[in-house]
Ligand binder design. Structure first.
Ligand SMILES: [Fe+2]
Length: 506
């Protein structure tokens, strides 16, 4: 059954109330009346009606007071004022205060019904607009959920959608940090820096914490915002908890600074839908990140197991990872690509798992047959991982890191830009670290020699673009050499161990 439209009539003259009740009562409307404007205000605050018809001149509160309470409680609700003393000033004043229309006493039944119908049509359009906004928000958030699992991108999309759909000026998302047991600001849009400086919306402000404690959304009016954080510039604010699987994972804040109207319960309803979808998307993104990190940890352990077979190359994977990631950032590769660089770096030599110990650890240059077997680590590595869709982005690093720009590399002998960029980047980094690493058949060489080698082989072994980027990064001290120094100290101790073991192992 369709819900009836709730109408409240406020007039200190009882017979007017009864008259209007009789005129409107029927199938469509549920009409209540109140002769005491103070009681009427309380009634509006506790259970806001859809439409209010109120007398203008009453005591102790006027019709404008009733109107103000109604607009504050439910801005989209319709208020019609009645007056027996029509003046232009009165009309302008009530319309300016947000009244939909006014009726001049005495009025006919037709006039009353027509005014009420028009007002309710506006109300219905407003509601439809809210539903449309909800649908659009849902669509956008769902789209965002499908298009990215990157947390930064997702948060940015949620903020943009929330600000646009709810006509806000500023927004922020704080996420719960289980380590510090505090909210941590994770993303913001349009937020004045002063809010962060004053400790507002940075995780330990009273407003966000109130939402955190109660796990309920709340609209804060300017007075409440001012009392709580001492800021008179905010016209209205909504704080909404982000709940996923019954747990609070953060808070979404929206603020209006320049808009004259406060957030309404309708806005809160729209935001609740958006916040629910957003929380699920954030949770999924975090789960995906956890799984991915767990995967990478497992793969690092696997790569370490491969490295452990050759004490001379220990730490190679970690250094290649560090250098490749730093260079990729220098080349302005995106966040998602950087994660792929990490995977590729960890896994680039994973195929060595299939290379026999006597070849991998041979304390002399390899014969051509042995070298052919060694070359297969690129293809073998790609074969091991090609069935795992999550690791597909790592394959070009594994397969092409020994290709040369002049076409004399392996396994395919590709040249120039036929070699995927991932392979060209890894070739520079892998070679740099190989030069500075101890080998069973030769001593390690210094960093400067390695840098000179990259310069010398630019355009032959290496893509000149990548080589130049590497050399520029080196000159600009992008790489933290302390990480290489620490590695060298470790290496010395490993080499000593190896020497001690030499008589036993070889
Ligand atoms: Fe390799």
């Amino acid at each position: 059954m369709e819900e009836k439209v709730k109408i409240l009539v406020v007039d200190d003259e009882k017979y007017i109330c009864s008259l209007i009740e009789d005129m409107l009562e029927g199938e469509k409307y549920s009409v209540k009346s109140e002769t005491n404007p103070k009681k009427a205000v309380k009634l509006i605050e506790s259970n806001p009606p859809d439409l209010i018809i109120t007398d203008l001149v009453m005591h102790p509160l006027s019709g404008v007071d009733v109107l103000k309470t109604a607009k504050k409680t439910r801005p989209e609700g319709v208020v019609i004022l009645m007056t027996g003393q029509p003046t232009i000033e009165n009309a302008v004043s009530v319309l300016k205060s947000g009244a939909y229309d006014y009726l001049i006493k005495p009025f006919s039944m037709d006039n009353l019904k027509a005014t009420v119908e028009r007002g309710l049509e506006k109300f219905r359009l407003y509601q439809e607009n809210i539903h449309l906004k909800e649908a659009v928000s849902l669509f956008k958030i769902s789209e965002a959920m499908g298009s990215t699992v990157d947390l930064g991108e997702l948060l940015s999309l949620i903020l943009q959608t929330a600000v646009k759909e709810l006509d806000a000026d500023m927004a922020s998302i704080l996420l719960w940090d289980p380590k510090t047991k505090k909210l941590r600001p994770e993303a913001s849009l349009g937020m004045d820096s002063v809010f962060f400086k004053n400790g507002f919306l940075v995780g330990d402000d009273p407003l966000s914490n109130w939402v955190l404690k109660t796990a309920k959304p709340k609209i804060f009016n300017p007075e409440q915002v001012d009392v709580l954080i001492g800021n008179k510039k905010i016209k209205s604010m909504i704080s909404h908890p982000l709940l996923a699987r019954g747990r609070i994972i953060g808070v979404l804040n929206l603020l209006r600074k320049n808009k004259p109207f406060p957030f309404s319960p309708g806005d809160l309803h729209s935001l609740s839908i958006l916040a629910s979808k957003a929380a699920t998307a954030i949770e999924n993104s975090k789960l995906y990140q956890d799984i991915r990190e767990g995967y990478l940890d497992t793969l690092s352990a696997l790569a370490n197991a491969v490295e452990a077979r050759d004490v001379y190359t220990r730490g190679h994977t970690e250094r290649v990872w560090y250098l490749a990631e730093s260079l990729a950032k220098q080349l302005s590769w995106g966040e998602e690509k950087i994660i792929e660089v990490r995977m590729g770096s960890i896994l680039h030599d994973i195929g060595k798992i299939g290379v026999p110990d006597q070849i991998l650890n041979k304390p002399a240059p390899l014969t051509s047959k042995e070298f052919d077997i060694m070359k297969m680590h690129t293809v073998q590595g790609a074969k091991i991982l090609e069935g795992i869709s999550f690791l597909k982005p790592a394959l070009p690093y594994i397969l092409y890191h020994h290709e040369r720009y002049d076409g004399k590399g392996y396994p395919k002998g590709l040249g120039g830009e036929d070699i995927p960029m991932e392979g060209r980047l890894m070739a520079v980094i892998d070679s740099f670290d190989a030069i500075t690493s101890e080998r069973p058949y030769r001593k390690r060489r210094g960093l400067k020699i390695a840098v000179d080698e990259i310069k010398r082989c630019s355009g032959t072994q290496f893509d000149p673009f990548v080589a130049e980027a590497f050399l520029n990064a080196w000159e600009s001290h992008v790489f933290d050499k302390r990480r290489l120094v620490i590695r060298e100290k470790i290496k010395k101790s490993k080499v000593l161990t190896r020497k001690k073991q030499k008589s036993v192992s070889f």
